[in-house]
Every structure is written in structure tokens, then in C-alpha cells.
Design a protein around this ligand. Structure first.
Ligand code: COS
Length: 380
């Protein structure tokens, strides 16, 4: 395993960094306060090829490897985790899901537009009573011959209103349990499909999170992804890769807060010297740096596993579990190093601390990652 970046990977990382500083940083405090979706920025990220990074160019993507995607996620997340989650969901859940398991017609019709960033997508698994317990789907997709009739509610959906295409998990054959679940492609505007109110969130406030309500929505049979009953496996396989994206997001939040805290500690003076010269601060920075580096290698290893064609269930889960913990701890310490200024919005670290929390929750809580990890280590 060699993590020396290729010239192309270095260029992609630099492009993401430049974009984040030039386009995501301006207005970030206001977008956070007003819960404003970064529409212009998302459009530009589409033009740069960030919305379908791993998708084959034949379907409008950039044809890059997972490590390039992770590097991009890390750089974007150092500045703006609200924007990076939009990128992550579109890439890892929606585009990956369609490219890997969709039909040729579905790829032509939906993937090309999603991968080029012309439209964005959403992944809809969670329900009021089925977040971690993902097999307990109450949303139903009843088979009516040439179409399904979809009824139910989905919760906490990222890109909830801004998406045009939704991959919705629903129960078709109740008696078969998770083996009777399907994944359906639902378009915004289909009769009976309503978008619920926007959630007022602690963090990643620039991304739009909504509930979705389906009332007798007629979905053509050709919009089912994979064989009848493939929906739960589809969700699990897709989420396994999604977790690498969120792990990279967590890594970026941690690294971004650390860089701000390190720079601040070399400028801010107390007791006659820069605070970095006090061991109380220097040791915090040493811990942060070490933990971030460890998280980075777990994230890169998971991306490498995926690129090698290895199973990445466990490496993705470990990367997300650890990187999200590091994101939380690092951002709390960054606020501490900034002292009173850390509690003030202009210095960014309080937002990063709020943004970090969700990385321990979405695409599988830390407790779910421990289920995945422990089952994997115990089965051998
Ligand atoms: N890839 C392929 N198949 C998978 C899989 C994966 N990563 N993980 C599970 N499966 C399969 C299992 O192999 C099993 O199929 P078989 O019976 O054919 O072997 C099936 O899915 C059910 O798995 P399991 O019995 O392990 O289901 P559980 O109810 O115990 O749930 C967890 C397993 C907890 C891991 C799963 O429900 C989960 O990941 N939950 C969290 C979901 C989540 O991330 N929610 C956040 C919402 S998205 S923001």
C-alpha cells in the first residue's frame, strides 16, 4: 500500500482546496445562520466534476478513484461541511448506487444528469421509526402489475428539497421482511409526492434536510433498482461506500479546525508569549495532529480497499467511527484554544464543532458502526 499521491491526485486536492477557499468560504457564516442552500456553489462544483467523481465519463462523471474523491471531500470539508455533505450524498449514495446497480435505461435517464451536476439526488432510507433499525421499513411500495404505489414518510433526508431524483427504500412484500424491500427511483413532482418542512438543525445548516411524504405515488416498474427484493442489500451496499465519504468529511472538519487553532495559537499572546509556547496548548495540538493523522490513514485505507475491489464494510465503518470521534474531539478542543473568540461566529470553529456532531450520527451512528465492525471481526 502506497499513499504517495499521484500527480493527478495532488492536482485534484489542490483544485478542491482552491475552490473551497475561493467559493465556499465567502458567505459561509451567513449561509449557516440563514440555513441557506449553496445553490451557486453546487452548480460550480458540478462544472468542476465534483458531483460525479467516480462515475465513468460515459455517464457524465469524472472517472476518478475513491482516493481522489476522499481528498476532495477532505478539502471541501475543511471549509464547509454543509456543501461537502451535498457532494457526498450525490457521489457515494446516489451516483454510486445507480452506476453499480441501475439498468442501462436508468443510467441514461438519471445518472448522466446527476454525475454532471445538472441535477442532484437524495437517498431515502430513514423513517420516523426506522433509522438505525433499517429493516423495519414502514413505507410501502405495493405491486400493481406495471407500477408500484408508494405510501409513507421518510425523515431527515439530505438534499430533501433541492434534489430532483430520490432513491427511495420501501417494503413491497411485508411477509418476506427485509427480503421484500425494494429501491425505487422517484422524481420530484410525481403526483402525491410532497416535501415536508425544512428541519432547523444544530449543524450543516446550509444543506437542506426535509421529511418526504408519499401519498399513493405511482412509480413505473422500470424505476425499480435491481431485482424484486434487492432494496435492502442495495441500501447496505451503497451505505458502505457512503460511510467512506462521511469519514472523509469528518476528517476534513477535524483538519480544518486544527489548522485554524494552530495558526491562532501562534498569534494570540497570553502571559507574555504566544499561547502555542504554553505546553497546555502545545500538547492539545500534538494530540489533535496525531489523531487526525491516524484518522486520515483509516480513511485512505478504506478508499484504497474500495479501489482494490476488496470488501470495505469494515474499513469504511472503522474510518467513519474513528474520524467522526476525532472530528468531535478536535473541534471541541479548537474552540477551547480560541477561548472567548472560539464562542464567536467570526472565528469559524464553533460552526465546525456543531457540524462535527452529525458525522457521528448520519449514514449509520457510531453505535451502528460498532455493530458492523464487531460482526465482521467475530465471523472469522
Ligand atoms: N452489503 C451487503 N449486504 C449486507 C450488508 C452489506 N454491507 N450489510 C448487511 N447486508 C445483508 C446481510 O447479509 C443480510 O442478508 P442475508 O440474510 O441474505 O445474508 C441482510 O442484509 C440483513 O442483514 P442483517 O441481518 O445484518 O440485518 P440487521 O437488521 O441486523 O441490520 C445493520 C444490520 C444494523 C448493520 C443495518 O440495519 C444498518 O446498517 N443499519 C443502519 C442503517 C443506517 O446507516 N441508517 C442511517 C440512515 S441513512 S442516512
Amino acid at each position: 500500500m502506497n499513499f504517495t499521491l499521484t500527480e493527478e491526485q495532488e492536482m485534484i486536492k489542490q483544485a478542491a482546496k482552491d475552490f473551497a477557499h475561493a467559493e465556499l468560504l465567502p458567505g459561509i457564516i451567513e449561509r449557516d445562520e440563514k440555513q441557506q442552500f449553496p445553490s451557486e456553489q453546487v452548480k460550480k462544483m458540478g462544472e468542476l466534476g465534483f458531483m460525479g467523481m467516480m462515475v465513468d465519463p460515459e455517464y457524465g462523471g469524472s472517472g476518478l478513484d475513491t482516493l481522489s474523491y476522499v481528498l476532495t471531500m477532505e478539502e471541501l470539508s475543511k471549509i464547509d461541511a454543509s456543501s461537502s455533505v451535498i457532494v457526498s450524498v450525490n457521489n457515494s449514495l446516489v451516483c454510486y448506487g445507480l452506476e453499480s446497480f441501475g439498468s442501462e435505461e436508468q443510467k441514461e435517464k438519471y445518472l448522466k444528469k446527476l454525475a454532471s451536476g445538472e441535477i442532484i439526488g437524495a437517498f431515502c432510507l430513514s423513517e420516523p421509526e426506522a433509522g438505525s433499525d433499517a429493516t423495519s421499513q414502514k413505507t410501502t411500495a405495493i405491486d400493481k402489475g406495471d407500477h408500484y404505489v408508494l405510501n409513507g414518510t421518510k425523515n431527515w433526508i439530505t438534499n430533501g428539497n433541492s434534489a430532483s431524483v430520490y432513491l427511495v427504500i420501501a417494503q413491497t412484500h411485508i411477509e418476506k421482511g427485509y427480503k421484500g424491500i425494494n429501491a425505487l427511483i422517484v422524481e420530484k413532482g410525481m403526483p402525491g409526492f410532497e416535501i415536508g418542512p425544512k428541519e432547523n438543525k444544530l449543524g450543516i445548516r446550509g444543506s437542506d434536510t426535509h421529511s418526504l411524504i408519499f401519498n399513493d405515488v405511482k412509480i413505473p416498474k422500470e424505476n425499480r433498482i435491481g431485482e424484486d427484493g434487492f432494496g435492502f442489500k442495495f441500501a447496505m451496499k451503497t451505505l458502505a461506500g457512503g460511510r467512506i465519504g462521511i469519514a472523509a468529511q469528518a476528517l476534513g472538519i477535524a483538519a480544518g479546525a486544527y489548522e485554524l487553532a494552530k495558526n491562532y495559537s501562534k498569534e494570540r499572546r497570553a502571559f507574555g508569549t504566544e499561547i502555542a509556547n504554553h505546553q497546555a496548548i502545545a500538547f492539545k495540538l500534538a494530540d489533535m495532529h496525531t489523531q487526525i493523522e491516524a484518522a486520515r490513514y483509516l480513511v485512505y485505507k478504506a478508499a484504497w480497499d474500495k479501489d482494490q475491489g476488496n470488501n470495505y464494510d469494515i474499513s469504511g465503518a472503522m474510518a467513519k467511527l474513528y474520524a467522526s470521534q476525532v472530528a468531535m474531539e478536535t473541534t471541541v478542543e479548537a474552540v477551547q484554544i480560541f477561548g472567548g473568540n472560539g464562542f464567536v461566529k467570526e472565528y469559524h470553529v464553533e460552526r465546525m464543532m456543531r457540524d462535527a456532531k452529525i458525522t457521528q450520527i448520519y449514514e449509520g451512528t457510531s453505535e451502528i458502526q460498532k455493530i458492523v465492525i464487531s460482526r465482521n471481526i467475530l465471523k472469522n
